[in-house]
Design a protein around this ligand. Sequence first.
Ligand code: BG6
Ligand code: MG
Length: 217
Amino acid sequence: MEIKACLFDLDGVIVDTAKYHFIAWRDLAAKLGFEFTEQDNERLKGVSRMASLDILLEVGGIQLDDTTKHRLAEEKNRNYVAYIEKMMPDEILPGAEAFLKELKSHGIKIALGSASKNAMTILERLHLTQLFDAIIDGTKVSEAKPNPEVFLKGAEALGVKPSECVVFEDAEAGVEAALAGGMLCVGIGSPVNLGKANLVVCGLNEMSFDKLRKLSV
Ligand code: BG6
Ligand code: MG
């Protein structure tokens, strides 16, 4: 099957926002009176905002009502947004922009498939918005990864079949979502947790159009 489109997760694939999520969640935990470590933060990768808060509260052994939880999630987000609003294009992960441009030069369509409700702010700050033919973010989906909704909507917006798409993902739930949607998947990170992907690379700097084409044969 010919590859016609590539769908990219944002956080951890195109940009390292995990460090800002970590600072904001750690500050919230400190306010609530417990420590939240970088290792705990690993569990939040690819997970929606409210599900992340549930994990954080589990770490702290705290139970709260829904109204309080929404207030705390908003507070964390305000803190997080203050960081991403200061992001600069030099924070784009190595090779990401060059790979997107290489794909474009070969006529491959490009979509974003991210759980984040802040994706537009981040893409604007990085001056990457124009490279995407479709943007599906946390404001446009109702089901979180590993549900394939975000990627299926991306394929639909691009007018391609799922079997013509390759997804780039750094989270295990994201890899599962891509495969559940009938797409090929390149894992960004370690084969230890992304082993189900069709190929695993350390970063987009290890990708090329040629490598992409070899995936489908
Ligand atoms: C994902 C991140 O891309 O977006 C998660 O990997 C994050 O860590 C999720 O919780 C939701 O992001 P936001 O910006 O809507 O809070
Ligand atoms: Mg990610």
